[in-house]
Design a protein around this ligand. Structure first.
Ligand SMILES: Cc1cc2nc3c(=O)[nH]c(=O)nc-3n(C[C@H](O)[C@H](O)[C@H](O)COP(=O)(O)OP(=O)(O)OC[C@H]3O[C@@H](n4cnc5c(N)ncnc54)[C@H](O)[C@@H]3O)c2cc1C
Length: 298
């Protein structure tokens, strides 16, 4: 936004996984006490126009067996400042144990391979993009490999844990991957991950961690075995005001299309990110409505 400071405490209304849960609801339902909910007090985002501040929520666990699932990015690489403005601050989830020990977590450190044992996508891609690449792999088969140091068993798994393997050779044999291919893939990945680099797929440094500490866990990302939910992307060609176009580009007067049946921003799964559809549906829907109203008024 030009000409003023950014908005603070922004939640995306169009991003299905981003919720602003009221403290009262969290306390009533989740066995938590919400000790504080404040604007992030850390420095960051300074400049002529200041970036908006994020929020900091402190939960205290009040019940046994409590767990939290969370997905987020920019846990180490901060959002960058524009036009000389300072970078923002990283996102993080920190668990503070009763002993005072503190632990931080981040996602996507593992390696995804196809049935040839070869990588084919940056593992920190949005899941729609990852799954679109899985569909192009032989037999639409893919495995997520995570070493012992980085394995966490999800409480609500969307992808099935296949097995743990003491050696890579054992894993290759069990998964019918040509012998030596996963070894070669992991050797190359680990060599560069140790330096914070991924020259092959450009996975962000914050998610790069060598997977060299066996045993290794394997999760099944294959189509038909992992959870895939699909919806329509791309559709009728339309103008920026939602008027449906013929193949030659001419509009069909009075016919509008917006939302999932119109071709606006994302044209395929690789180009999709959460929020794109409801965002474009409401943005272009408003434009189409205004255009139709103006047209009706003559
Ligand atoms: C699991 C899942 C998660 C998603 N998460 C997100 C997210 O986090 N963020 C995001 O932005 N988007 C998300 N989406 C996508 C988003 O929900 C859809 O893109 C959006 O709802 C599309 O809205 P729409 O009004 O264009 O179409 P729809 O919601 O599909 O509405 C079309 C309507 O037309 C009706 N209809 C169809 N045929 C006829 C007919 N012949 N006659 C009469 N009525 C008919 C249907 O019953 C339906 O009610 C998600 C989708 C799915 C499936």
């Amino acid at each position: 936004m030009r000409g003023r400071d950014g908005n603070s405490a922004i939640f995306s209304g169009f991003h299905g996984e981003t919720f602003n849960c009221p403290a009262e609801v969290a306390e009533a339902r989740y066995g938590l006490a919400v000790d504080s909910m404040t604007l992030n007090p850390e420095q960051g985002g300074e400049g002529r126009w200041r970036g908006g501040k994020g929020i900091e929520v402190n939960y205290r666990v009040r019940a046994d067996g409590n767990f939290m699932t969370v997905g987020y990015t920019r846990s180490r690489v901060p959002p960058w400042g524009l036009a000389g403005g300072a970078d923002g601050t990283p996102n993080f989830v920190e668990v503070i144990r009763a002993s005072g020990d503190r632990e931080r977590y981040s996602l996507a450190s593992g390696v995804i391979v196809n049935k040839e044992g070869k990588r084919f996508v940056a593992e920190d891609s949005y899941h729609s993009r990852t799954s679109a690449f899985v569909l192009e792999q032989p037999d639409q088969t893919a495995y997520l490999i995570v070493d012992e140091a980085h394995t966490e068993m999800p409480e609500m798994p969307l992808i099935r844990f296949l097995d743990g393997y003491e050696t890579i050779a054992e894993m290759e044999e069990a998964l019918d991957i040509p012998a030596g291919n996963v070894v070669a893939t992991l050797d190359r990945y680990n060599e560069f991950a140790a330096k914070g680099e991924d020259p092959d797929f450009h996975k962000q440094p914050e998610f790069l961690a060598p997977q060299d500490n066996g045993p290794w866990a394997v999760f099944d990302l294959s189509l038909g075995r992992a959870m895939y939910s699909g919806f329509t992307i791309g559709g009728l060609a339309v103008t920026v005001d939602g008027e449906v176009q013929r193949a030659d580009g001419n509009v069909i007067p009075g016919l509008y299309a917006v939302g999932a049946c119109a071709s606006n921003i994302a044209q395929d799964g690789k180009g999709y990110a959460s929020g794109t559809q409801l965002g474009e549906g409401s943005f272009f829907g408003r434009r189409a409505g205004a255009h139709a109203a103006a047209h009706a008024r003559g």
